[in-house]
Design a binder for this molecule. Sequence first.
Ligand SMILES: [Zn+2]
Length: 213
Amino acid sequence: MHPLVDSVVVSPFQTNCYIVGCQETKEGIIIDPGDEPERILAVVNFHRLKIVAIVATHGHLDHVLAVKAVKEATGAPFLLPKLDLPIARSAHIQARFYNWLAEPVPDPDGFLEEGQTLSVGNLSFQVLELPGHTPGHIALFRADGKGKGCLFSGDVLFAGSVGRTDLPGGNWEVLQNSLRRLMSLPDETIVYPGHGRKTTIGEERRYNPFVPR
Ligand SMILES: [Zn+2]
């Protein structure tokens, strides 16, 4: 069965926080809780999900600054790619430059790395390491033999655009390699990006001018 996918747009950066659940077991995860924890938790409660993990695709402030609050509310472990730990640790300091008052992000309970499988009820997601926007950036991919697979792409791939590489730790060449890898996924894969509307791999392969071919 397809996963339940809902989202809330949070923070001054309009970040997509995704709430993803197994429709059979009602277990779920929260991806990129960047801000406004009470709105995120309202969606979790609406779907009556038991949150089993809080995942950050990368350490940028607009993807992690509500981790503390959603962790306190759900008791779920926080998972982050290891190489982005320094970025996450300084997120609350970065926030001051935007007059955004936030508490420090708790250190992760576990790390996400290439080759891992994240189980959510009867669903399983593959962890893909896709550096370039940040050194440790990961995405979650779920293959679906019968229908459409899905990808939570964070800030690597957007509808019509790609992640910026001008922030510390960003690298355009490295990002291009990560995008090349994503373009090997099936065309019908639904892409849920960190910002903006959802898209598909096929649409981005055809129309996104920043994607290598
Ligand atoms: Zn980012």
